[in-house]
Design a protein around this ligand. Structure first.
Ligand code: FES
Length: 188
């Protein structure tokens, strides 16, 4: 190799090194929405256990920073859940039973509501109907085909004691699921 060629190769290598060093953060920034897309389940403290009424479904908002491509909007409602306490508060509050469901309808994603008598749940978009335990109401009982492909999507929760206030809180693990399948499939 001639000296001139060697110098040229060294210059090319140095240039490539600098291009890689400069472009790396830019590439990371451009690809960040893809990376942030799959955030998975996240825990939210939603309500004091004592504030949850028995056998009466209540809706709670999931408030978090909303990430949309390169934009982050703080304190957005990113989801909704339905919660029902189904037993008296147990001596050991952790043993109190609660039902927690995502309010996202598994049919096409509208928000499920409670009926006015609070005895069942209804999706206003295509009249999907559910019992309070999240199971779909049968076509026979409805007199039409219930459009929901599956029951309401249950969510994991934990009843935890706040160290400072010593109050018992319900902490819900919120996540989204695929719309349409007959079985609950987390969005990944
Ligand atoms: S989106 Fe709920 S029934 Fe269609």
């Amino acid at each position: 190799m001639t000296r001139r060629k060697l110098l040229k190769s060294i210059c090319t290598l140095i240039s490539l090194f600098w291009i890689a060093a400069i472009s790396s953060p830019v590439v990371k920034f451009i690809l960040s929405p893809l990376k942030n897309k799959n955030e998975g389940p996240k825990k939210y403290r939603l309500v004091h256990l004592s504030q949850l009424k028995i056998n009466s479904p209540e809706q709670f908002n999931i408030v978090s920073d909303h990430r949309d491509a390169w934009m982050v909007t703080p304190n957005e409602t990113v989801g909704r859940v339905w919660m029902t306490r189904t037993s008296e508060i147990a001596e050991n509050p952790k043993e109190t039973t609660i039902r927690v469901f995502s309010a996202v309808c598994p049919h096409l994603g509208c928000t499920i509501q409670s009926t006015s008598d609070k005895k069942s749940m209804v999706c206003p978009c295509h009249k999907g109907m559910f019992h309070l335990d999240g199971e779909p109401i049968s076509n026979k009982k409805l007199g039409y085909k219930n459009p929901t492909p599956r029951s309401m999507d249950s969510l994991n929760y934990e009843i935890i004691k706040d160290e400072k206030s010593e109050e018992w809180w319900i902490e819900v693990e919120y996540q989204k699921f695929k719309l349409g399948p007959t079985t609950k499939t987390p969005l990944s």
